[in-house]
Design a protein around this ligand. Sequence first.
Ligand code: ADP
Ligand code: ADP
Ligand code: MG
Length: 665
Amino acid sequence: MFHKILIANRGEIACRVAATARRMAVKTVAVYSDADAHAKHVAACDEAVHIGGSAPRDSYLRWEKIIEAARVTGAQAIHPGYGFLSENEEFAQACADAGLVFIGPPASAIQAMGLKAESKQLMEKAGVPLVPGYHGAGQDPAMLKAEAGRIGYPVLIKASAGGGGKGMRAVDKAEDFDAALASCKREAKNSFGDDAVLIEKYVQRPRHIEIQVFGDTQGNCVYLFERDCSVQRRHQKVLEEAPAPGMTPAMRQQMGEAAVAAARAVNYVGAGTVEFIVEQKPDGTMSFFFMEMNTRLQVEHPVTEAITGLDLVEWQLRVASGEPLPLKQEDLRITGHAIEARICAENPDNNFLPATGTLAVYRKPACTAFERGAVRVDDGVREGDAISPFYDSMIAKLIVHGATRAEALARLDEALAHTHIVGLATNVQFLRHVVRSPSFAQANLDTALISREQAVLFHQEPLGLPLAAAAAVAQALLDERAAEGPDPFSRRDGWRSHGINIRRFAFEFHGEPAPAELKYLHDGGLILSVGGVSGPLQFGVTSDGLDVQYSGQRGAVTVYAQGETDHVFAAQGATQILNIDLLAHAGEAHAEVGRLTAPMPGKVVSFAVKAGDKVSKGQALAVMEAMKMEHTIAAPADGTVAELLYVPGDQVAEGAELLKLAAPQ
Ligand code: ADP
Ligand code: ADP
Ligand code: MG
């Protein structure tokens, strides 16, 4: 076994590899860019080497720098993770040339599987079933169009060099072919520097089912069963699970053996994934066709680990150091069911637009860190870290395991409910909607699941105004109690409680004003009125938040305030409510209209000025008392007091003008 390896990646996969290396007493070297100077993966490794600027081409793609870092630190091998240099045959070759072990397949296998068209020609020879299509070298547009006609519409035009769901165009009819071909070639040229395409029959109601394979240097090759990755958006995976629902032992064996044949055809060594597209026929039978082989560890490898009880990174390290595969095909077993959810910084309601920002709050479900457990979280970030625009938008992966799919599903929903992220948009709530959608719950899987279920997936409000407002009010009261301290007369905010028993909250929910009124009863009870609902509000403190009861609903909620936005997380889902601080905005409003108004209903306690006084910005003008608190009203700008409109002791309504302030003379 190696004594030291370098991890040529970042984020969760770098942390993932480091965790196994540590367990195996293998030392690790991290590499990092400017943006990642304080990243979790740097802390996760024993040593770290700075390799350049934040953009991938200035750091994580600079293989000479990375090889130099390995040489300087005495690392014997390089783990490329996924993405970046993991499928770059020149890099694999450069490692070999520098006397370093590339923890992955030989450069020749990467190259053979690198282009979709060429790899299909190879697979055809190896007897692996292919989607009917054209994957020859010819690229004449008229010929390609004729091929499309021969295959039969709908067809899929694919960039041969493509990946990550880019460079694909579905075409329904011949009239659309030319335009789709031109646009596919443009995208392929821009993204991959190679505009060669292939044409495939567009499989109807397709499922994406892939097989994990592993080869060693002794010529052994096994399959570690399948993963169903049919739930996709923009041809990118969202949820992955193993085993694939509805898979029969016979089909599993056929697909497994086809995948091993594919791997053997290129003398594969290490971890690899053979992706198949599966056609579901009306009679319920399924046929599978080779799509491509990914010559690296896959993002979704943890579901395979969960059902087999194996550590695939350990296998990678063992195979790369020359050991034989730890197990034979007949020793491998599937136990239970596992699902992975990719948590990404993105806005599902806005076409999955990626988001950037700081993880102001990042709370994870309770998990059994690395061992095969019910809930596992793989991530490369900590609370307070930034999701920068330079890299992938994936924040974390949530992996759950259960005895059955139903158990895993319930556990995933629970784990998602306990994933609290504030500071940027994420797909956590969207994932909960997917998990609860009829199609996913009933394992009615195919790549169109998200568009089919869109009515229940997008623009959903899981919580509703009453519970959101109740949670925000409860949290506000709790925060005030905490601020009061043991001495009720030393309240930081200077308010006092004397008789007034109505308090207003200026909420805004989904962009609409949602004023709320809270009444304090003599017996200590609370009555909340909001959004046409009125009733008792009860709440108590729990270990991780509040237990709120209001309007026939009861929920364990956690509220995080960020500025004036309260982020409310509950079992039902998460939402946001704007809790506008009337007092804080009082001055702003005055500045605009040149008058001073009461921020809430209450009593005028005193005026600190009289008509004719010159005042300067920030100077105390009046003291008001409302709802347990006293509030000093300050001058929003320099000026002269024109007139006092009330006398001390007067009750005033919210918004009442207290005094007139004239511009300075
Ligand atoms: P596929 O869907 O074919 O399996 P994957 O989704 O498994 O592809 O992962 C490949 C993608 O992961 C790359 O295209 C890249 O954008 C992204 N990626 C690469 N490195 C990282 C990383 N360190 N952290 C998060 N994402 C990464
Ligand atoms: P990439 O390299 O971008 O991962 P793939 O060839 O693996 O490209 O295809 C990505 C996704 O596109 C698949 O998971 C599947 O959802 C869809 N897809 C690919 N080929 C077909 C096909 N022939 N018919 C229907 N859908 C397809
Ligand atoms: Mg793919």
